[in-house]
Design a binder for this molecule. Structure first.
Ligand code: 6MZ
Length: 405
């Protein structure tokens, strides 16, 4: 194929991936923040404006040159060694997992107040809806911050305020709220003459951070239970995989299981035989990543058929997979293992769900009908109820006529 035709073909499949109605099951709220929002939050820090000239965005990634003054201003918001994070932020092509967690500490310092959390939640939904995500499970770690009058509950309330503030699209949020009319599956970009507003289902998962104590993890599970009629439908275990012990979270995860709350767990982002085995034995409803499994663990995973949230870009950038070509997606896909494509941290890794679908087509040669099937399969694995699943299936059926002529 000559270059021109190649470019045109790539453009066509990229656009098709955007038009495809998609289900996102693994997206961290603070990992999905827009760079422009981080920049504008920085600019609200008093006396900082002259220093903003040193803040630039390079290849979609935030690059900061931390002056001593900025370190001093941010110092009030938490403790971080700026010389440490500076090098991490400057890396554009990939960061190790520990480096990503240094960045999250910085993000949290900038974003953890009620108004900013509300703004981020609103924007994240707008961004996913704009690329035709029709069902979004967004996960976030409820945070306490006594200095800001923030409790775990008020943090989640602030997130919910953000979801309710979205105007560009109808957000179907409360757990029991479904729509009987078929969802519009017209891409946002083609909505000019469409009087029907676009709709997106959004549900929340509350994350337990691996740094938390057993009692803090239990608080999060109890909060999820308390807020189950307000769109909170699951629990996630995430955070720096080299921190903490499985035994610390087990009582909370067990409690969630007893309460009937669906659970998803970050598994095998680093090799940790004992924990991977314990997670497989626990058998949650879904698993994220599963990068570093040995042969026996693969065998067990495949026989258990636990659905996997696949995060291609994230895994390659953090070194969990050696390359796109050698990513374990291929093995799982060929084994017909249940899986769904996800972004993980679209802001941090400069990706989108449409791009993840495109990468699968470009790297593994999946056809449009195979990509469509992946989007359809993802509906099986959502934590929302059967009415939502039926609504999504109806909508995909309508989209099929347009996308698969
Ligand atoms: C494990 C991750 C993660 O909760 O503040 N998080 N945990 N592995 C990953 N792979 C790269 N990416 C994000 O969003 C940010 C938090 O999500 C978890 C980390 O705990 C991070 O602090 P929230 O909204």
């Amino acid at each position: 194929m000559d270059t021109e035709r190649k470019v045109a073909a790539e453009k066509e499949i990229r656009e098709w991936c955007v038009a495809l109605p998609k289900v996102e099951l693994h997206a961290h709220l603070n990992g999905s923040v827009r760079n422009s929002t981080l920049l504008s939050v920085l600019s609200t820090i008093p006396h900082l404006s002259p220093l903003i000239s040193v803040v630039i965005v390079l290849s979609g990634l935030l690059v900061l040159d931390f002056p001593a003054e900025l370190a001093k201003q941010l110092g009030d918001r938490g403790v971080i060694v700026f010389e440490d994070v500076k090098d991490v932020i400057m890396k554009a092509d990939g960061r190790s997992l520990p480096e990503c967690f240094k960045l999250f500490d910085l993000f949290h310092m900038l974003t953890t107040d009620h108004d900013t959390v509300t703004r981020i939640a609103k924007e994240v939904v707008e961004d996913f809806a704009a690329e035709n995500v029709v069902y979004l499970e967004i996960r976030t770690t409820p945070k306490k911050n006594a200095a800001k009058g923030m409790t775990k509950r008020s943090y989640v309330d602030a997130v919910i305020r953000g979801l309710k503030a979205v105007e560009s699209v109808d957000v179907l949020f409360d757990s029991n709220l479904t729509t009987s009319e078929p969802l519009s599956c017209t891409p946002m970009t083609e909505l000019d003459n469409d009087t029907r507003k676009k709709k997106i289902y959004v549900r929340l998962l509350l994350s337990i951070d691996r740094r938390e104590t057993t009692s803090a993890a239990l608080d999060t599970v109890n909060l999820a239970m308390e807020m189950k009629d307000q769109g909170v439908i699951g629990i996630d275990l995430s955070g720096n995989p080299v921190v903490g012990e499985w035994e610390t979270y087990l009582p909370a995860l067990q409690h969630a299981k007893e309460l009937g709350i669906p659970i998803t767990i970050h598994c095998g982002e680093v090799p940790n035989r004992k924990e991977i085995q314990a997670v497989l034995d626990f058998c949650p409803q879904r698993l994220g990543h599963v990068c570093c499994l040995n042969d026996d663990e693969w065998k067990q995973l495949k026989s258990l058929k636990i659905p996997i949230e696949i995060c291609l870009t994230s895994n390659v950038m953090t070194g969990g997979a050696p390359s796109l070509e050698l990513h374990h997606f291929a093995d799982l896909y060929n084994a017909r293992h249940p899986l769904s494509l996800c972004t993980d941290d679209s802001g941090l890794f400069s990706t989108s769900l449409s791009n993840e679908y495109y990468l699968v087509a470009a790297t593994f040669g999946l056809s449009k009908s195979e990509l469509f099937q992946l989007a359809q399969d993802a509906v099986h694995f959502v934590f929302a109820d059967d009415d939502v699943k039926s609504s999504l299936r109806r909508m995909l059926k309508i989209a099929e006529k347009r996308l698969m002529p």
